[in-house]
Design a protein around this ligand. Structure first.
Ligand code: NAP
Length: 662
């Protein structure tokens, strides 16, 4: 029996890339065993195209140069209608499509994964799977030797990822269910040597469709579909040659087939990419017509999303819930790709019934925004996923998280936080607590520079890290100014601008005025600072917030109890509560939570809290018969920013000390 952290089943491009991604963390990486039933790579190249997003990912990992100079393939198509993928984004370094034969990709990915420490076992077949609370029990049959069947053995793993293609054993044994439809149209495919025919891309003839592309090695990749014909059984070269002759009128019968294959318009996707300790990626998770190279690119992008998450979870660096974001991010991306492939299949294989639709589509493709939209979709550039966190903490951040003698449980180590209005009051107490937990905190203020500096000094005295950011909120350009300072501060200290935690705390608080006395200017000021600014801060922040991100908006108990002389203030806080409530659904699939915290009367250091009679009168509102301390509220906010609060989103959290009990 063998033990390992992660078993990857399947040594195709997706499995090999996933293994490399899992091992990329060096000494902190999980142990990985890749099981592949084939004893040798086939040498075949079903896939041959890389798209911009995949190229970008490979470049980011430093892997791209290993593939050598990849020739551009030229324009692509949408359902057989010309579409230049380079139009996806003229400024993108890899816009377009790039030829990279699958066997070359596999050879390099395997070498890469092995160098990073993955163990690859060829000729090993998964025969059974059992998942329990602590791990996955994998039954394996080793390679046959001298005519004798291979020896059976077991592996105990924490997690197992099935990257074993369209006929996935893991999908079958793991009890995954798929939705979609089977193929109703079939295309024959062959690599043929010894023929001289013109290159053509999905050319339509009266009797069918034909593609020919001469490869650098002298073979020609053919694809042919005869309208109304559904060839079944083993594909033979005679069958391909007959279909080719019938569609194009050309004789290729003297050629020599190097590879024969058939594919159809299947469109099926598993309903869950994760079932507990089992995960699926690539064709094991989604089966689709391999049009324009989208299948392999989609699978490689699955692996890029899953790799770092599974590595962190398998080594205990992150909670298993992180793996749910793999499903919530990649399932929609897969569904979108399958939908565009389905649409293309209809345009491609339809006969008279689709000609009008093709004409309309052709007209639409005459427009640059349409071409750009579709090119971005096919290239994978319209999928926005939270970025992969840095693998190791940048050196500038290390000292503050490991100060001896600091009282901390470090629940926020390596996180970055912005607390608006943290020069004083609840904001300051929150900044101090977040820093105690290990976060690097941006202390925002507008007028009280000294108070903001004092907050930073208090944090640094405790061994934490913080810096100040000045920006007046509620005036034109406020959010831009705030983020200029924030990003500069983050970049200097961490090397990037990732923001994990946002606390929208700054506000114009109400001193109370009768509703009839409120001026339009005062009303506008309340809304500009308390509602509009937080909205656009959130809008801007989520662009740089990774999965696991946290947003906390400060509201007030006054939205739940009638205090007429604070009507405008209460209205702004009602708006903040709606911001929380409405955005929670949008942010949840990205692994980000957003909540509102409502303090009651809380000592923010204001003059009134020095008046014993006033404090006694205010104490009566709380069930605990005292006014709140800023720390009482800050502790609640801090909890919401930790992983322990991952299951709370869209909530109104009453931190009024029981004031709302009545
Ligand atoms: P506070 O002591 O009055 O502090 C306000 C903070 O916001 C300060 O850091 C201030 O910066 C900043 N700020 C105010 N206006 C700003 C503007 N226009 N632009 C940029 N920054 C601005 O606040 P608090 O009493 O701790 O309240 C914090 C949050 O809790 C607020 O959202 C408030 O509505 C809510 N709340 C408080 C209580 C309470 O009893 N304290 C009760 C319910 C709800 P400067 O220092 O530079 O001025």
């Amino acid at each position: 029996m063998t033990r390992t952290d992660v078993v990857v089943v399947g040594a195709g491009p997706v499995g090999l890339f996933l293994a490399a991604e899992l091992r990329a963390g060096g000494a902190d990486a999980p142990n990985v065993i890749v099981l592949e039933q084939l004893t040798e790579p086939t040498g075949e190249s079903r896939a041959s195209i890389l798209h911009a997003r995949t190229m970008e990912i490979f470049a980011d990992r430093g892997f791209l140069p290993r593939l050598g100079e990849l020739p551009p393939v030229g324009p692509g198509h949408f359902g057989g209608l010309r579409l230049d993928l380079a139009e996806a984004d003229p400024s993108h370094p890899y816009a377009g499509q790039w030829e990279c034969l699958q066997h070359h990709l596999e050879t390099e990915l395997q070498a890469h994964a092995v160098e990073l420490g993955a163990e690859i076992r060829r000729g090993h077949t998964v025969t059974g799977l059992r998942t329990g609370d602590d791990g996955v029990h994998v039954e394996v049959r080793g390679p046959a030797a001298d005519g004798a069947p291979g020896a059976a053995y077991t592996i105990e793993a924490a997690y197992l990822a099935g990257c074993d293609g369209e006929h996935s054993t893991v999908r079958e044994l793991g009890g995954f269910t798929s939705a979609g439809h089977d193929a109703d149209k079939v295309m024959l495919r062959a690599d043929v040597a010894g023929i001289e025919i013109a290159n053509r891309r999905l050319e339509r003839f009266p009797g069918g469709i034909a593609t020919a592309y001469r490869r650098p090695d002298g073979t020609t990749r053919l694809m042919v579909h005869r309208f109304g014909e559904q060839p079944a059984g083993e594909v033979t070269f005679e069958q391909v040659a007959a279909a080719w002759a019938a569609v194009t009128g050309e004789d290729i019968g003297h050629g020599e087939a190097r590879w024969l294959n058939r594919f159809g318009t299947v469109s099926r996707q598993v309903t869950e990419y994760r079932r507990g300790r089992l995960l699926l990626a690539g064709d094991a998770a989604h089966r689709q017509m391999p049009v324009g190279g989208q299948a392999v690119n989609l699978g490689l992008q699955d692996a890029a999303n899953l790799g770092w998450k599974l590595a962190r979870v398998a080594t205990g660096a992150a909670a298993p819930a992180l793996l749910d974001t793999y499903h919530s991010e990649r399932h929609p991306a897969g569904a979108r790709t399958l939908a565009n492939i389905d649409a293309q299949a209809r345009l491609l294989f339809g006969t008279e019934d689709v000609l009008a639709l093709r004409d309309v589509f052709g007209e639409l493709l005459g427009q640059a925004p349409v071409r750009r939209h579709l090119a971005r979709m096919i290239s994978g550039l319209d999928v926005t996923e939270p970025p992969r966190p840095e693998r190791s903490a940048p050196p500038a951040r290390l000292p503050h998280t490991h100060q001896p003698g600091r009282s901390t449980v470090d629940r926020l180590t390596d996180k970055t936080a912005l607390v608006t209005g943290s020069s004083r009051g609840i904001g300051r107490a929150t900044a101090i607590r977040l820093a105690r937990e290990g976060a690097l905190v941006a202390v925002h203020y507008t007028a009280n520079e000294q108070a903001a500096d004092d907050t930073v000094e208090l944090i640094e005295k405790e061994g934490g890290s913080a810096f100040t950011v000045r920006a007046e909120l509620g005036v034109p350009g406020d959010v831009h100014e705030l983020f200029l300072g924030l990003e500069r501060g983050l970049k200097e200290r961490t090397g990037d601008t990732r923001l994990d935690i946002l606390v929208n705390n700054a506000a114009v608080t109400s001193t109370g005025s009768a509703p009839e006395d409120l001026t339009p200017e005062e009303f506008d000021r309340y809304f500009a600072v308390n509602a509009k600014a937080p909205y656009f801060i959130v809008q801007r922040a989520i662009g740089q917030m990774p999965s696991g991100g946290r947003i906390v908006n400060l509201t007030t108990g006054v939205t739940r109890t009638s205090v007429p002389d604070q009507v405008a203030y209460a209205m702004t806080k009602g708006a903040i509560e709606q911001l929380t409530f409405q955005l929670a659904r949008i942010l949840a699939p990205r692994g980000i939570t957003i909540n509102s915290v409502a303090p009651g009367i809380t000592d923010n250091g204001g003059a009134i809290f020095d008046n014993p009679q006033a404090v006694e009168a205010m104490s009566k509102f709380s069930a605990f018969n005292r006014v709140g301390e800023a720390g009482d509220v800050a502790d609640v906010i801090t909890f919401l920013t930790t992983d322990e609060a991952r299951w709370i989103t869209g909530a109104f959290i009453d931190a009024t000390g029981g004031t709302l009990l009545g």
